[in-house]
Design a binder for this molecule. Structure first.
Ligand code: SF4
Ligand code: SF4
Length: 404
């Protein structure tokens, strides 16, 4: 695990542990802190300890300067932005480290910067094939183990807290948000497509997802061990990077279209194209937590007033003020609607039997899901790729001649 990965992991887990403490769940905080210390005691990997200390110092400083944010006693928006920007910064550093590691390999030098394994999160097909190998054959891939771990983690977030991964963690979603805001500065007009066009466009991401699932599901189980031990799988991450670094004309046109979509409509990329968004949209139907509107407290029913503040705040164009329960696959659990509502009790992110998750609760759940499983995987030796550096160095020199 690289320093950037370790620091991000510890920062997230120390923060969620401290939030458990501040919300009165002292036992939860003690167990979480115990797990962090146990992870270091088992691995004796000193960056984990350094990460633990630095994360504690960072939180201490945050507590001194912005106590409300440190204790998550703020509304959802600043909390979500803090998490989104921290994770985006981490992914940016991971990307730079991956590029530096690959460049050194390409030049035939032994890299002094480690390869960040979390980058395998960008290999959803490899992750899917690895999960299939685990389920159908009991084979645990050691070439890109983090791909299966991260796919599982993201699926779990969808199962438990809707598309909170998209709304709170995804760096691409955040980049799209900035692009959209930039476009709005230049051209103020909204370009939301009419409903008859919006629906088929939304289905595009499910078509892309179906294509990816087709590749994974139609691969015969007997062929999986061969694939996992092959050279293509060993450098799937480098192939993916090469695809982005040296795009052809068609790829450039696709990138241009994606940028156009993101700028044209808020969350355009997440809504229309992103297959991860599609996957989480489907899984999120099973999530017990949903945005629920209480007609007893909502100003519309309780006071007979006209109010649609929640709907106007929703970036996914969901008519929140019209519905009792938001089941939409586009809901990213961003809680903007909850923040915008003038009646404290009218809107909640809760289960059917009334268990409520505040912005702080969602932060704890999301960070624990996103980082506790990777830490466990690391401790169990199922995170770091076992492909030797000299093999990667050899393969990167012959990248173009290696196919499926
Ligand atoms: S319904 Fe609320 S939580 Fe869901 S996307 Fe809209 S604003 Fe966000
Ligand atoms: S903002 Fe709150 S009070 Fe207004 S319609 Fe939505 S839920 Fe009801």
């Amino acid at each position: 695990m690289t320093i950037v990965e370790t620091l991000t992991l510890m920062l997230a887990l120390v923060y969620s542990t401290s939030l458990l403490y501040w919300s009165g769940k002292k036992w939860g905080a003690a167990i979480s802190a115990g797990l962090l210390c146990a992870a270091f005691a088992i691995t004796l990997y000193w960056p984990l300890l350094i990460g633990l200390i630095l994360a504690s110092i960072t939180l201490f400083i945050l507590k001194k300067r912005q106590p409300e944010l440190a204790q998550a006693e703020v509304r959802a928006n600043p909390l979500r932005e803090l998490i989104q920007h921290t994770l985006a910064l981490s992914m940016l550093l991971v990307g730079i480290q991956f590029a530096a590691n690959s460049a050194m390999l390409y030049m035939g030098k032994t890299p002094w910067l480690m390869r960040p394994d979390v980058g395998d999160a960008f290999l959803p097909i490899a992750g899917g094939i690895e999960l299939k190998a685990i389920i159908s054959l009991g084979i645990w891939d050691q070439t890109h183990p983090a791909a299966a771990v991260m796919l599982t983690v993201v699926l779990l977030t969808g199962l438990l807290c809707k598309r909170a991964f998209c709304g709170w963690a995804c760096p691409l979603g955040l980049a799209g948000e900035y692009l959209y805001k930039l476009r709005k500065r230049v051209i103020k007009q909204e370009f939301a497509p009419p409903a008859w066009l919006d629906w088929p466009l939304r289905m595009v991401k499910y078509l892309i997802l179906a294509g990816l699932l087709f590749i994974i599901l139609t691969m015969p189980s007997a062929a999986i061990p061969h694939y996992l031990s092959g050279n293509y799988h060993k450098i799937a991450d480098l192939k993916m990077a090469l695809f982005f670094v040296t795009p052809g004309l068609i790829t450039l046109a696709c990138f241009g279209f994606i940028l156009f979509l993101a700028a044209w409509r808020r969350q355009g990329f997440c809504r229309y194209i992103c297959p991860y968004g599609g996957l989480l949209g489907i899984v999120s139907f099973a999530s017990p937590f949903k945005i629920r509107r209480s007609s007893k407290h909502c100003l519309i029913e309780s006071k007979g007033m006209n109010c649609d503040k929640c709907t106007r705040a929703c970036p996914a164009n969901i008519k929140v003020h019209d519905q009792g329960v938001i089941r939409s696959d586009e809901c990213q659990a961003c809680m903007r609607c909850v923040s915008a509502c003038p009646k404290k009790e009218a809107l909640h992110f809760s289960t059917r039997n009334g268990i409520k998750l505040s912005a702080r609760g969602l932060t704890i759940m999301l960070l624990s899901l996103l980082f506790m499983l990777p830490l466990l995987a690391y401790v169990c030796g199922f995170w770091v790729s076992e492909t030797p550096t000299d093999i990667r160095m050899y393969l990167i020199q012959h990248l173009n001649s290696i196919g499926h």
